[in-house]
Design a protein. Structure first.
Length: 212
């Protein structure tokens, strides 16, 4: 995993292999959804590496063992609708006790600026560490505004997890929220004139849900 300040680019072979399949335009919606969930689960493994542990004793069938459990850290996953939903199953499989909120924003097709239409966060968010989920970090405006909304509820901390990121989006998000750690599976070349990541993988929401 490559680390630059609070920006982590994950170069694990399994993640890179699955990203290749995600990029392929021949990959159908069913396989695409499964791959999104698998990559999210692998990324979550790294994004939760800093969770603290406490020592406990358990009785095995043979003897008493000193072992470890997560200590006093509550998590919440907040996908940005709609494409972020595709990452939820993967991360929940890894952390089943986490709560899930939702943030709904869409990009104005002419200005490319995000517009909020829905927000539902866990009632105890101030006690939780939040990981925001969105497969694509393009212009960065949607992630920036989603995190701004979430921070108003005073969570313990906020991280952002995406699969494909453009340099422009990374800069926008880092400039607005330098305290937020970003976890990306791939950093692509640039944005095109329509605000899509190049080479990217197309519209993640359309490919997850089979829409156009």
């Amino acid at each position: 995993m490559q680390n630059n300040e609070n920006i982590f680019i994950m170069d694990h072979p399994l993640i890179q292999h699955k990203i290749t399949l995600l990029r392929d335009k021949r990959t159908g919606s069913k396989e695409f959804r499964e791959l999104i969930g698998e990559v999210a689960m692998l990324m979550c493994y790294e994004a939760t590496r800093d969770l603290t542990l406490r020592e406990v004793e358990v009785e095995t069938p043979i003897a008493t063992a000193k072992s470890y459990v997560i200590h006093g850290r509550k998590l919440a996953f907040i996908p940005i609708l709609r494409a972020g939903i595709g990452m939820v199953d993967g991360v929940i499989r890894l952390v089943p006790a986490a709560k899930v909120g939702h943030i709904g924003l869409y990009r104005d097709p002419s200005t490319l600026e995000p517009i909020e239409y829905y927000s539902k966060l866990p009632c105890d968010i101030e006690e939780r560490e939040v990981i925001v989920l969105d497969p694509m970090l393009a212009t960065g405006g949607t992630a920036r505004d989603a995190i701004t909304i979430i921070k108003k509820s005073n969570p313990v901390s906020v991280k952002f997890m995406c699969i494909i990121a453009a340099p422009e989006g990374i800069k926008t998000l880092h400039d607005a929220h330098p305290d937020v750690k970003m976890y990306c599976a791939a950093k692509d070349r640039c944005l095109n004139e329509n605000g899509y990541i190049v080479p990217g993988l197309g519209d993640a929401g359309d490919r997850i849900f089979g829409t156009k």
